[in-house]
Design a protein around this ligand. Structure first.
Ligand code: ZN
Length: 453
């Protein structure tokens, strides 16, 4: 029987006791009943959460993590980091992309992510030519997703220019080059992979790399209801370049030209003025926040408090993968605000006073919208994606249900994720991924080749 009996489970309406969860062979939840009797021979768990959505990833950057933390001669910035990332991206092969992505996905699962949106811009070969199969590298990411057993939203990237004003791409950006037809062709080629565990959307890289006309054409050419993601306002310099080029700030400009709706996710909506906060929150588009990467790159802090007050939707992503843990993203999302405002307990609403509960539920809802998949809640009809916490860990010993997420998000560094079910399959058991050894072996090999190459 595909079922689990939870002493406590986090449902859309909050924590519930004695919850029976059942799913079918397609990996969909068929029944979630609180206050149920425990059937015989059904596995039991203490604390069960919906698996988290990781709404922003560049999987290959996982192999770069920790290697760019040495100061150069001048001030180091996002832009000097990007130069190092480009050098790395210039050499990587499709096989290495697959090996690195599988490792990343297994790590994400072990920490409680069950869905991931891959913002995929490495489309061409090392000489900047199209592969014989133009979707080659995206298909490798999909294969890695299948090997690890994570749910994916693949977002082939539109990347045509090096900067505002349709600047020509630099040689080191040759592997990223796509026009609207290229992207729609890749979306089409990936169509056969769509299913319960995989959706396909698209992503104009940024207002630097794609024009408004291109973005409009991509939106019009993409099948309706598919997600659209864009990097929007990560760096102050980017905001200034946009002002210089078109006289408007990035979010203001995009929203003035394109009717944003809930299919849109604006990644790194870091630098917003008050008007942009209100407009973005009211659009239903998701703000994609990547606190550990944004901290690592020195981007700045998102105006979370007014965005929550305005009813905005947001989710979390691990982006460059200096962390693979939703706990760390949510912890730093809140801590950034506390440090900035010199106050405690910022991410709450009148109805939800527990910061951990608010953040987990809000990031699930925003993440699910950004993923464009039936995920983010333990309810019938959604994917059977759930996380079982280690109820024997001292941090969870004797805690009440409304204390679980406070303990998880704000206390300690042990990984409390014990088992993970994704799409109806147990992919993590006892803290280990079911294919961890094989995946790690391929990853080590790929990184060795890259660093020696
Ligand atoms: Zn990104």
């Amino acid at each position: 029987m595909n079922a689990l009996f939870a002493r406590y489970a986090l449902l859309p309406e909050g924590w519930r006791r004695e919850v029976l969860l059942e799913w079918d062979i397609h990996g969909d939840l068929t029944r979630v009943a609180a206050g149920a009797q425990a059937p015989l021979k059904v596995a039991r768990a203490d604390y069960v959460l919906p698996g988290m959505v990781n709404l922003h990833s560049h999987a290959f950057q996982r192999a770069l993590g920790g290697l760019t933390e040495r100061a150069g001669d001048g001030p180091d910035s996002f832009w000097t980091w990007r130069d190092l990332m480009y050098r790395f991206a210039a050499r990587i092969t499709p096989g290495q992309i697959e090996a690195i992505a599988a490792q990343l996905f297994a790590e994400c699962l072990r920490h409680g992510y069950t869905s991931l949106c891959e913002f995929h811009y490495l489309q061409r070969d090392v000489d900047g030519r199209s592969y014989a199969r133009p979707a080659e590298t995206a298909e490798r990411v999909a294969a890695a997703g299948q090997a690890a057993g994570i749910g994916l939203t693949l977002l082939p990237v539109l990347y045509s220019h090096a900067g505002f004003g349709q600047q020509a791409l630099k040689p080191e950006q040759g592997r990223f080059r796509t026009n609207v037809d290229d992207v729609l062709g890749i979306v089409d080629a990936l169509g056969t992979l769509r299913g319960g565990q995989l959706e396909v959307g698209a992503a104009p890289h940024s207002l630097r790399a794609a024009t408004i006309d291109q973005i409009r054409a991509l939106q019009d050419g993409l099948p309706q209801e598919r997600p659209l993601h864009i990097h929007i306002a990560e760096q102050q310099a980017e905001v200034q370049q946009c002002l210089d080029a078109v006289g408007r700030r990035p979010v203001e400009y995009l929203m003035g030209e394109i009717a944003l709706d809930p299919r849109w996710c604006l990644v790194h909506a870091t630098h917003l003025n008050d008007g942009e906060v209100t407009a973005l929150a009211g659009s239903g588009a998701v703000a994609g926040l990547c606190p550990t990467t944004e901290a690592n790159l020195g981007d700045g802090l998102f105006p979370l408090e007014p965005f929550i007050a305005a009813g905005g939707a947001f989710g979390i992503g691990s982006d460059s993968h200096v962390s693979q843990s939703p706990v760390e993203e949510l912890r730093w999302l809140e801590y950034g605000q506390r440090l900035q405002h010199q106050r405690r307990n910022v991410a709450v609403t009148r109805e939800q006073r527990n910061v951990g509960d608010y953040l987990w539920q809000a990031a699930l809802q925003g993440g699910a919208r950004a993923a464009g998949r039936r995920v983010g809640a333990l309810e019938a009809g959604k994917r059977a994606d759930l996380v079982v916490l280690d109820g024997t860990h001292p941090n969870l010993d004797g805690v009440r249900d409304d204390e679980v997420l406070g303990r998880l998000v704000f206390c300690g560094n042990d990984n409390l994720v014990r088992d993970v079910l994704c799409g109806g399959h147990w992919v993590v058991q006892g803290g280990r991924h079911v294919a961890q050894d094989a995946i790690e072996q391929r990853y080590r090999q790929a990184v060795r080749e890259l660093r020696e190459g």
